[in-house]
Design a protein around this ligand. Structure first.
Ligand SMILES: Cc1cc2nc3c(=O)[nH]c(=O)nc-3n(C[C@H](O)[C@H](O)[C@H](O)COP(=O)(O)OP(=O)(O)OC[C@H]3O[C@@H](n4cnc5c(N)ncnc54)[C@H](O)[C@@H]3O)c2cc1C
Length: 400
């Protein structure tokens, strides 16, 4: 699958990995992880921390799937309103999903600190703007539901929004529990740390084309006909899950991102909050460590790369126009742009854990705007499942 086009900023900023090792003989390990993106890296982190031997394989260059295309806003807020999610999956599970996302940002912060990773992880507040009158009503309802369940949230009126942030919208929800990161750098740093300290092996350009499960083990065969025998496979293939699952569990779309030239601090909004909005598809905005503005959105409900790429220039203009409507005085000019595949599920939640048709496998499929927070959750759950310590009801199971 063609996951992205254009020039993803993170890849240019950080450069390609210098690790090109391919798998060139048969291998054995405790857990084989398919995918070297942020999900695979985090799965490896939790397993390696528990002295479980891991091999990661990736058919691409290391970590160059969706992880390089991400805008990497870390929010506890899921694409689905909490009040909508309650309708879909019940109050207990919906609230739990929100709480787990909140916790996952703290978990990621701890990983960054423990491994001493410099990946521009930064705590920033988040503003969820009402796009119109309906959006305002929805935010009022959402505020009450989140407050009832003790989730961190503040309601901002149009006057407060204007005086504090110079934004003209009817209302917003604010929280100070969000963060941003350079996911590609983070992913590479986690892989390098465990390569050095835990004997993690990562093989790029190694495509898993066949999987055979035995009673107590599982064997993957690569495109070069080498085999890897493991106790379990953890599949973290990002949006390319269909070939491993034999089932379509998500709807794919295309999304577009622009990155500005570095700005002067005074040209940015207060607290450099993450910004998103109630319109669907929504615009999502953040800043970078070197004071660039990154804006994404104007999603199209298809995945066809040719059609997607043909729209890139128009989308850049549309995004810029919409951004300038929000910040009319901004002197924003584009330096980089790209577009990428994006996935979503019916209830906005990921799929994590075992699948009855695929014994000895765990899946970590964290879709949507919370892809990275879901990756953290998936990685920790898979570690517990492998160690037979996972006793809770899995709210992200396939047959929910
Ligand atoms: C434009 C954009 C903006 C986004 N913004 C945000 C955001 O603000 N916040 C957020 O949380 N999330 C966001 N996301 C989502 C987030 O980026 C993804 O959820 C996350 O990067 C997925 O990581 P991954 O490791 O699961 O997948 P990937 O990074 O795609 O890695 C999967 C890897 O698996 C490999 N693979 C697949 N099949 C095989 C096989 N058979 N054999 C070997 N290797 C295989 C692929 O080559 C790939 O490298 C955004 C995504 C996009 C595209």
């Amino acid at each position: 699958m063609d996951l992205k086009s254009g020039l993803p900023f993170w890849l240019i900023k950080n450069g390609l990995s210098t690790n090109y090792e391919r798998l060139e003989k048969n291998a054995e390990t405790d857990v084989l992880i398919i995918g070297s993106g942020i999900t695979g890296a985090l799965v490896a982190h939790f397993l390696c921390e528990n002295n479980i031997k891991c091999i990661i394989v990736d058919k691409r260059m290391e970590s160059t799937g969706s992880t390089t295309a991400s805008t990497a806003q870390l929010q506890y807020e899921i694409d689905e309103y909490l009040f909508d999610l309650i309708e879909k999956v019940g109050e207990k599970n919906a609230v739990k999903a929100y709480e787990m996302c909140l916790e996952s940002i703290i978990t990621l912060e701890k990983i960054v600190q423990k491994l001493k990773i410099d990946a521009d992880f930064k705590r920033v507040p988040s503003l969820y703007l009402a796009s119109d009158a309906k959006g305002k009503k929805d935010l009022e309802k959402e505020f009450e539901v989140r407050k009832k369940h003790g989730l961190p949230v503040k309601y901002l009126s149009d006057k407060e929004l204007l005086s504090k942030y110079n934004i003209k919208r009817k209302a917003a929800l604010y929280n100070n529990q969000s963060a941003q990161v350079d996911t590609y750098k983070l992913c590479q740093a986690i892989l390098n740390y465990h390569r050095k300290n835990s004997g993690l092996k990562v093989f790029s350009h190694t495509d898993v084309v066949k999987i055979q499960s035995e009673k107590n083990s599982i064997t993957a065969t690569t495109n070069k006909d080498f085999s890897i025998k493991a106790n379990k496979i953890a599949a973290a293939p990002g949006f390319e899950s269909e070939h491993l699952l034999d089932e379509k569990v998500m709807q794919l779309s295309s999304t577009y991102v622009i990155v500005s030239q570095p700005m002067k601090s005074v040209d940015l909004w207060k607290e450099k909050c993450l910004i998103w909005e109630t319109a669907r598809p929504y615009l999502y905005i953040r800043t970078t460590a070197d004071n660039r503005i990154m804006v994404g959105g104007f999603d199209e409900p298809f995945q066809d790369p040719k059609k997607r790429d043909a729209l890139m220039e128009k989308k850049n203009k549309d995004i810029l126009k919409r951004f300038k409507k929000l910040f009319p005085e901004s002197k924003i000019e584009i330096d980089f742009y790209w577009c990428g595949t994006f996935g979503g599920t019916k209830d906005g939640l990921p799929f994590i854990g075992e699948h009855k048709k695929h014994p000895n496998m765990y899946f970590a499929l964290g879709y949507g705007g919370n892809g990275i927070t879901f990756s953290v959750i998936a990685a920790e759950m898979i570690k517990d499942m492998y160690l037979d310590k996972y006793k809770e009801d899995n709210i992200f199971k396939f047959d929910r």
